[in-house]
Design a protein around this ligand. Structure first.
Ligand SMILES: [Zn+2]
Ligand SMILES: [Zn+2]
Length: 212
């Protein structure tokens, strides 16, 4: 096969693989994580993530990474290989894996670090509206195309964030940093009572936003 054609097929399959991931990202987040209400490890781990809205590395991440690499290797690679050829098969799986790890990275740094560009500012506003505004909206983390397609897109100008759950990068001495006042507003008090913690947990597992 000529080299240019192989490169084109490889490029197209890679893009398709990444695109397939974005659809999986939407479906998994909406149905396997939120709709299952804590049944099964994937849903439980995710709703646990909603309780405090923090992100830290744990062994279960390695399980997810291996799982998604396996989906690329045993599902997408053979499909592309059989339908088009080896270049398409390998590229499809690579695109899938890159789409997945791009999402994993963007999600983790959204929780841990201030945005560095326009895209990351959007990822944070979109995702923290999901955490603090409406957990059954904005299931896409890396893109909004599927939320637009399925009518689950919610993009307020200012995202309300309960003060006790504010991300460490957006506050200093309990107040919102001035560079984020156009995107977020802190609501409620710094309350670390057991009562509120129990409410936050129950609401997270019911996919209801935490109270102010
Ligand atoms: Zn999150
Ligand atoms: Zn979620």
């Amino acid at each position: 096969m000529n080299l240019v054609l192989s490169l084109l097929i490889g490029f197209a399959a890679f893009i398709l693989g990444a695109f397939l991931w974005t659809f999986a990202e939407y479906l998994l987040h909406r149905f396997a994580m939120h709709e299952l209400k804590g049944k099964g490890m994937m849903s439980r781990e995710h709703l646990e993530h909603h309780v405090r809205s923090t992100w830290s590395f744990s062994a279960t991440h390695i399980l997810s990474w291996i799982g998604m690499l396996l989906v690329g290797a045993v599902l997408w690679m053979p499909i592309g290989w059989i339908l088009v050829g080896p270049v398409a098969g390998v590229s499809l799986a690579l695109g899938w894996a890159c789409g997945y790890f791009f999402y994993e990275y963007q999600h983790a740094v959204a929780h841990r670090r201030a945005p560095k560009n326009r895209y990351q500012r959007w990822v944070r506003q979109n995702h923290f509206q999901h955490h603090f505004g409406q957990p059954m909206k904005n299931h896409g983390v890396s893109t909004l195309i599927w939320d637009k397609a399925f009518g689950t897109c919610e993009q307020p100008e200012i995202v309300r964030v309960p003060r006790r759950l504010a991300l460490p990068w957006m506050v200093q001495d309990g107040e919102l940093l001035p560079e984020f006042t156009g995107s977020y507003i802190l609501v409620g008090a710094l309350d670390d009572s057991d009562r509120l913690a129990a409410i936050d947990r129950a609401r997270a597992f019911a996919s209801i936003a935490p109270p102010d």
